[in-house]
Design a protein around this ligand. Structure first.
Ligand SMILES: [Zn+2]
Ligand SMILES: [Zn+2]
Ligand SMILES: [Zn+2]
Ligand SMILES: [Zn+2]
Length: 398
């Protein structure tokens, strides 16, 4: 910010300059807030809530989850607008010139006001379906806004705060970026499978015909996944490209089905795979992710109950931890005593913070939660035997 906004006298500047100056002031304020936000944060991940306990009337609130890869002309202004429209909400918004990724919790009224603004803004106004100002209802799954913004039940306390960030990528693949062109090219869109089609392929259980690949992190796939999926032991999405590079041979010429929470990771994952795998490899993704699949199951109950290809819970990055069908099964176990368990805690060791599956009985045995003896005995290093084991598994090939 090269200019000093306060040094000029009000009467010496024109209206136009005033607008510019106000924008600069807002930018300075925004950057300062970001700095404060970063300072306030402890160890990465430690401020994320792991459970929620409040008295909110859930009917008054909802949570939305959406993304769009779209060229954003003025990402900074778009972020400032978000600061304004989301000021009474909580959640995470990532804005980059390649698009937006957001999870937001707020009152029904605030969410509707926000959506009415958002859908009239540059990056969204071409999506005619969702620009009509219909209130977003949890009871109307067929509405275009419902499909796009994936509402679910939850109050503002499922997040610790509101974090709006300008980033290079809305879903970080890291060094090995994909060209955005690949995301919007028609071939790529053909690779999206609706939940019904995805289900039909999986329910035949001819697993020699395809390779089912979970593109999420190991702690997500551990508590819920599609039957027969390959689940890379990666800890973050930026490790996915290396995983693909190591497994090129096993994927050559196969039909590959991918899935993630809401679709955002698969869009990039499949674009990257198209870039590096041989031409004769067929690559598909579950459109709208597990979230969309579970919604489809809810409206096609019989099919799902007769033939469940999804097992366990859909991990979400907030205090609710996971969403599921009413009959959601538990596929994971307590890592100490092996009883079925799928509620995560966080290891209290500085520098570790691994998510730990410890049942109530086992976690009561210590006053703090630890992922293993290494962490319990030496609460400094963070590279305990669980993490070492994960690194070994990450390198295993298909
Ligand atoms: Zn609450
Ligand atoms: Zn246990
Ligand atoms: Zn630990
Ligand atoms: Zn450990």
């Amino acid at each position: 910010m090269g200019r000093h906004v306060n040094q000029l006298h009000e009467s010496e500047i024109t209206e136009n300059e005033k607008t510019e100056l106000n924008k600069l002031k807002a930018m300075e304020e925004y950057q300062n807030n970001l700095i404060k936000l970063k300072q306030r944060r402890g160890e990465k991940g430690s401020s994320d809530p792991i459970s929620v306990d409040c008295q909110c009337q859930l009917n008054d609130y909802k949570v939305i989850l959406f993304y769009r890869y779209v060229s954003i002309k003025d990402p900074l202004q778009f972020a400032l607008d978000h600061q304004h429209y989301c000021k009474d909400m909580t959640g995470k918004v990532r804005i980059a010139s390649e698009g937006i990724n957001a999870t937001l919790a707020g009152t029904n009224k605030d969410i509707d006001l926000y959506l009415n603004w958002l859908t009239s803004s540059q990056p969204f106004k071409d999506l005619e379906d969702i620009t009509r100002d219909d209130p977003l209802q949890l009871s109307d799954p067929s509405a275009p806004r419902y499909k796009f913004f994936k509402p679910s039940e939850g109050c503002i306390h499922i997040f610790a705060d509101l974090s709006i960030k300008l980033t290079d990528e809305i879903c970080p693949l890291g060094q090995k970026t994909v060209v955005l062109d690949k995301l919007s090219n028609p071939d790529h869109r053909l690779g999206k499978l609706a939940p019904q089609d995805f289900h039909n392929i999986l329910s035949k259980r001819h697993q020699d015909d395809f390779l089912l690949l979970d593109t999420r992190n190991y702690y997500e796939s551990k508590i819920g996944h599609f039957e027969g999926a390959v689940k890379p032991a990666i800890r973050k999405f930026s490790q996915f490209p290396d995983y693909i590079d190591r497994n090129k041979e096993a994927m050559r010429g196969k039909k590959i089905l991918t899935y993630c929470t809401g679709g955002i990771r698969c869009e990039k994952a499949t674009a990257y795979m198209r870039q590096v795998l041989p031409q004769d490899t067929e690559i598909f993704m579950l459109d709208g992710g597990i979230h969309n699949y579970i919604e489809w199951c809810k409206s096609n109950k019989n099919q799902m109950e007769d033939d469940p290809v999804w097992q366990g819970k859909n991990y979400v990055f907030d205090a609710r931890q996971s969403l599921c069908l009413n009959n959601g099964s538990v596929v994971s176990t307590c890592q100490k005593c092996n009883t079925r368990w799928d509620q995560y805690n966080k290891c209290s060791t500085t520098g570790c913070h691994l998510l730990v599956l410890l049942c109530d009985n086992c976690s009561l045995q210590d006053d703090k939660v630890f992922c293993c003896e290494d962490c319990k005995n030496n609460q400094q290093t963070g590279l305990c035997k669980c993490e070492q084991q994960r690194r070994i598994e990450e390198l295993e090939t298909i």
